[in-house]
Design a protein around this ligand. Structure first.
Ligand code: HEM
Length: 215
């Protein structure tokens, strides 16, 4: 089928990565906004979570879509990684890549793996937590554990590094570039990862250090 053939082509795979990456960044913005209510009070955070769960159908559709998007992003990402390695091994390989941030780009599969490990721990800890306990209590309890919170902060650092290349790469794939806006776009590729690190890392730091002891 033409769609499968297109998706398996080089540009098709890049488009899948860019589109799923963009959707995941949009998810992260909504998640960061929800989590930021933690800094207000446990009541505000709890009512946000309760409001969300008062629409079970939307939650299920949303969760399944996120799962599908994550699988597509990882699957095609691994495929591209494997392909690039084959090309690099080939004696015809010519180094023509112009890479903006080589550390972040070289470590994409590894930072991706750290994020995946984080997602397992995170979803088992939070999404599948006991329904008898308020989610605000679970968040405080888990993140007040120094090593649990430290693992989160390390994962958020990996996320920031991953995004610093991923966001730039997505803009390239979508052809978003213009001499007049390139400086703004370059700043965005730094601002977006830093924003997520500050919000998510801030929540972990808040409980880890005891700042949120009255939460
Ligand atoms: C300290 C930072 C974070 C906190 C406090 C937090 C909190 C939560 C909570 C409470 C839930 C469960 C929601 C519910 O079912 O009631 C959740 C789900 C989830 N979180 Fe986070 N989160 C954080 C960071 C992140 C990050 C950085 C990512 C992605 C890299 C992420 C990805 C997810 C996903 C995929 C789900 C499941 C969503 C769903 O199935 O609808 N979280 N998070």
């Amino acid at each position: 089928m033409w769609l499968v053939r297109f998706l398996m082509s080089s540009i098709g795979k890049k488009l899948v990565m860019a589109t799923t990456g963009l959707l995941l960044v949009l998810f992260l913005f909504t998640h960061a906004a929800g989590n930021a209510t933690i800094f207000m009070s446990s009541d505000v955070f709890q009512s946000y979570a309760d409001e969300l769960h008062s629409h079970p159908l939307i939650v299920i559709i949303f969760s399944l879509s996120i799962l599908l998007i994550v699988f597509a992003h990882i699957g095609v990402g691994l495929f591209l990684f494997y392909e690039n390695r084959q090309v690099a091994k080939s004696r015809y390989a010519v180094s023509t890549r112009v890479v903006k941030n080589s550390f972040a780009s070289e470590t994409m599969p590894y930072t991706g793996l750290v994020i995946l490990a984080f997602l397992f721990v995170h979803i088992f800890g939070f999404t599948f937590s006991s329904e008898d306990v308020n989610i605000s209590v679970t968040v405080k309890e888990l993140l007040s554990n120094f090593f649990y919170a430290l693992f989160y902060i390390v994962a958020f650092l990996a996320l920031a590094i991953h995004l610093s290349h991923g966001f730039w790469s997505m803009l390239q794939t979508f052809g978003i570039s213009h001499p007049r806006y390139d400086i703004l776009l370059a700043r965005l590729t730094i601002a977006v990862p830093v924003f997520f690190f500050v919000i998510f890392g801030g929540v972990a730091f808040y409980f880890m250090t005891g700042l949120g002891s009255s939460f």
